[in-house]
Design a protein. Sequence first.
Length: 252
Amino acid sequence: MSPPTLAVWKFASCDGCQLTFLDCEDELLTIAEQVQISTFLEASSAVVGGPYDVSLVEGSITTPADEQRIRQIREQSTVLVTIGACATAGGVQALRNFADVDEFVSVVYARPEYIATLATSTPASAHVTVDYQLQGCPIDRGQLLDTLAALLIGRKPRLPAKTVCTECKMRGVTCVLVADGTPCLGPVTHAGCGALCPSYRRGCYGCFGPAATPNSKALIPLLRRDGMSGDDVERVFSTFNVANFTAKRNDR
């Protein structure tokens, strides 16, 4: 019986989530013994054609060619998992969604007529059905390993649905927003990082994207109380997951 096949794909991104996979080192060697890594250009130039049992997709969809390629990948993949803020939310490049992309192209490129791009940067889920999403910029290595292990043995991955605030409480981390007056997006941010920044007395800045039902209307007055201006608030919500935070903010 042949081993399950795994493919890793890149779209518009910085490669950080793929590097997180490579940084698994010893665990990656164990995974390689259990699956056939058919396509992973960050690690090897070898390419084996589909179909694939599992595809990991990093990066957002930003060109017509991307749209066509993500549909082809979906057709060839039994399970498709998007990894990171770009693939799950359009990434920081989704700032283009709120501006005139034609103006950007005319300023940046000497021959803009040769540039084929979309007006928006969107997650894969805007174009195809996605089975699982791993949040983060970059993703958490433990969550990635658990997801791959789950898929290999046929169980559903354990993906958290709580907030960073909940992770702080579970780890016994003192609330930096309450105790220190440090602006923190923990109350409205999806869990998965293990409350990394608050555990070092820093405020969360939302790299795992918005929670399912973020109450930004209640949080923003606290951010302003602790020293953020209106522009500061807009900037902190306009980073890795700008499109998702904008869509889910209830203070407008």
